[in-house]
Design a protein around this ligand. Sequence first.
Ligand SMILES: [Zn+2]
Length: 306
Amino acid sequence: MQTTLKAPVTFEGHGLHSGRPARVTVRPAVAEHGIWFKRVDVMVGDNLIPALWDAAERTPLCTRIVNAAGVSVSTIEHLMAALAGTGIHNAMIEIDGPEVPILDGSAAPFVKTFLARGLRTLNAPVRAIEVLKPVMVETGAGWAMLEPGRVPSMAFSIDFEDAAIGTQSKRITLANGSFVRELCDSRTFCRQRDVEAMQAQGLALGGTYENAVVVDGDKVLSPGGLRHADEAVRHKMLDALGDLALAGAPILGHYTGVRAGHSMTNLLLEALFTTEGAFRMVVCDSLTRAELPGAGVVLDEVPAVA
Ligand SMILES: [Zn+2]
């Protein structure tokens, strides 16, 4: 069955790119509502933005959704991953600014708070998107693909010159709480040499050594080092899950990303939804439901992070 939160939860912090403070309240919603953002600081005109792929702008460093009135919310991907990864299908997310707070750079604070507050089961079945034939997108940077597969699963590969990241690959199925155990605490990362360039463009203004893993060659500059030796690829999988959640329903299929990013995932969803016969909507029976990312998540399994 579909779920929502038992009661509202609130997060406060600064946006990674804007550096602006923001307060986010995730509120329970009824069945079939889906995930919506509401810019409570926008008093005039439409302040509602659906968390759907066709509302996303293809921006390189984060995921931004925007409505027809031009009202937007940026850096939604870690919050979206936390919702998808804990199996929350319906929520109204109120935010008083243009960017979701980065918190510790991972999805763990969202996940922990959602699971602590608890989920409520709603009186409507979960519908999922079954991938029927492979769709792929390729750019100069890399490629991404969705293929048929009974169980939602992911594989991701990255390679960076910096030895602190290097070449990393990981493959997981998303059932049995593996998102919570293996992905949710991995933080966003960047290279020291890119920080100045980003800041010159007005980005990463809220970035710190605490809310991002900053590397320089073979050195990890963030205090405390890495949470996982392959934290970078785990974070890319977290981002992909959050971006794929803009499909509006869980995806039954296998995702592969090779040097993929936010824009590429968005192009992939567009390919899925515009390719004849690439998918169908299915009502999940209890067996399928047990394979979805939110099944079997346990608060005690959220990694202990600062
Ligand atoms: Zn990210």
